[in-house]
Write a protein that binds this ligand. Structure first.
Ligand SMILES: CCCCCC/C=C\CCCCCCCC(=O)SCCNC(=O)CCNC(=O)[C@H](O)C(C)(C)COP(=O)(O)OP(=O)(O)OC[C@H]1O[C@@H](n2cnc3c(N)ncnc32)[C@H](O)[C@@H]1OP(=O)(O)O
Length: 234
């Protein structure tokens, strides 16, 4: 955990405050108070046995320090958001009343209905694993997970992999092969890794497998670009 901000704070809340109230407010939140928010990446009653077992297995792997659970209380992000401020500080691309409604997409459903997931990060191997259970509101074909919901989790996992390794980036390109449909409410493992860095470009990839690893549901590659402070996003 980075040194100077010893607060417990959700990544999601950080994004929300950052987007709705701006960088100054986010910075104030960190400099004047310790804010404690619920960690959404811990087991809850909606988690299936598979998800709990996998979560426990990965928590065990964390004991020797090789893997790290990435809780909602991750502290690194606000410092890394610093590099974003150039882009958002003075721009108002979205109306205030709309921004006040904003919330992180993957945490915007009731518990158990949408995206239930936990992520783990291995710094040495530059890998991030996401244990994902897609709830009933994420249906695509009857009884199966919507491809867009999987794309969201792939983007998020690759994004976290990139951000954990390299700082703040945005997705420029995402290529997904959907190989086998995912039964709704089942658990899959999204295993991602950083493949290559070329200047501002980071190439990452992942595969999505069933819990027993026998089914390859999907594989994907992503290109993330480090933002150029000289350019505005809006
Ligand atoms: C506020 C942040 C809070 C963060 C907190 C994190 C919390 C939780 C983590 C969750 C993780 C979630 C991850 C979700 C990620 C997203 O979904 S981001 C949203 C979707 N993406 C976008 O909206 C991006 C839109 N695009 C852009 O803004 C820009 O195109 C860009 C910023 C990506 C790049 O623009 P620019 O900086 O001008 O780059 P360029 O100079 O044009 O290009 C640089 C090099 O990259 C190559 N390149 C660019 N785009 C592509 C592409 N699509 N495909 C292939 N290559 C591309 C380009 O050719 C340049 O290459 P060279 O340098 O010439 O070799």
């Amino acid at each position: 955990m980075d040194g100077c901000l010893h607060c417990v704070f959700t990544w999601q809340k950080a994004c929300s405050i950052f987007h709705t109230q701006g960088w100054k407010h986010l910075r104030r939140s960190f400099s004047t108070e310790k804010v404690i928010h619920k960690d959404h990446s811990l087991p809850n009653p909606s988690w299936s046995k598979d998800l709990r077992l996998l979560f426990d297995q990965f928590m065990k792997k964390c004991e020797d320090g090789s893997w790290k659970h990435l809780p909602s209380s991750e502290c690194k992000v606000p410092q890394r958001i610093h590099s974003f401020k150039t882009y958002f500080l003075d721009s108002k691309p979205v109306k205030e009343d709309q921004l006040s409604q904003a919330r992180p997409f993957t945490r915007s459903y009731e518990v158990g209905q949408g995206f239930e997931y936990a992520m783990f990060y291995n710094e040495d191997e530059k890998r991030t694993v996401c244990l994902f259970q897609g709830g009933p509101y994420l249906e695509g074909p009857p009884g199966f997970l919507h491809g867009g919901a999987l794309a969201t989790m792939i983007d998020t996992t690759l994004g976290v992999c990139t951000i954990s390794c390299m700082g703040l980036f945005m997705t420029a390109n995402l290529n997904i092969n959907f190989k086998s449909p995912i039964p709704l409410c089942s658990v899959v493992v999204i295993s991602s890794q950083l493949d290559k860095v070329e200047g501002r470009k980071v190439f990452v990839s992942c595969n999505v497998r069933s819990v027993d690893e026998k089914t390859l549901h999907s594989d994907a590659t992503g290109l993330f670009i480090k933002l150029d402070p000289e350019k505005s996003l809006t």
